[in-house]
Each structure stands twice: as C-alpha cells, then as structure tokens.
Write a protein that binds this ligand. Structure first.
Ligand SMILES: [Fe+2]
Ligand SMILES: [Fe+2]
Length: 118
C-alpha cells in the first residue's frame, strides 16, 4: 500500500531528526505531521475493513487506537518540553510502524486482495 511507504518515510524522518537532535519545535511539527498522516491512514484501513467485513476488525482497530494513544503521548511530552529518546516511554523508534505493518496490515492486505481490492 502506497500509504505505508509514506508512513514509513515519516517515521524514518522523525527517527533521523531525533538522532540529529533537531530543535524541539521542528520536532513537534514532524511529529504532528506523522500523527495526522497515521490517523488518516488508519481511518482508510478501518473503512475498508468495515466495507468488506474483515473478520479481524476488532483487534486491528484496537491496535490502531493503542498506537494513536502512544503517538498522542509523544506529542504531549514534546509539547511539555521533553525530548524523545529511543526505546523508552518516549520511544520514537521505527519499530511500532514496522511491527504493525508486518503483524496486522499484511494479513489485511491479503484479505482485501482476495476481494479484488489493491
Ligand atoms: Fe493497520
Ligand atoms: Fe497500515
């Protein structure tokens, strides 16, 4: 899915920005862009899951909510002047996006393909 490519680009961008210790305000902008895109992407998937009656909807939806909560937590932390780190409460590693795509989205993709949705 083309949206996954864009989402991973945004996640990688954020990761690189934190490594480079960019300015907090610039970091917040990147984070907000990522959150907005992720929200839109999750909603796209959820609409397709509902439309085609995907059997794993409840679990997948719950996972999306959990990830958005994590991202919301990061936005609050950065807004409060904290600087995110890797593999902590303020984790900005790329893992969450990659794991979600491999653990959840691949099976959704296969299901949608079987319904002739690509
Ligand atoms: Fe998903
Ligand atoms: Fe996805």
């Amino acid at each position: 899915m083309i949206q996954h490519k864009k989402m991973l680009e945004l996640v990688n961008h954020l990761h690189t920005a934190v490594e480079a210790c960019i300015d907090k305000n610039d970091l917040k902008t990147l984070l907000v862009d990522l959150v907005e895109f992720t929200r839109m992407h999750f909603s796209t998937e959820e609409q397709l899951m509902k439309k085609y009656d995907f059997p794993g909807f409840a679990k997948h939806h719950q996972e999306h909510r959990m990830l958005l909560k994590h991202l919301g937590y990061l936005v609050t932390a950065v807004s409060n002047g904290e600087y995110p780190t890797f593999y902590s409460d303020y984790d900005v590693s790329t893992d969450w996006a990659l794991l979600h795509i491999t653990d959840f989205d691949i099976s959704l993709g296969a299901f949608l393909n079987s319904k002739n949705v690509y």
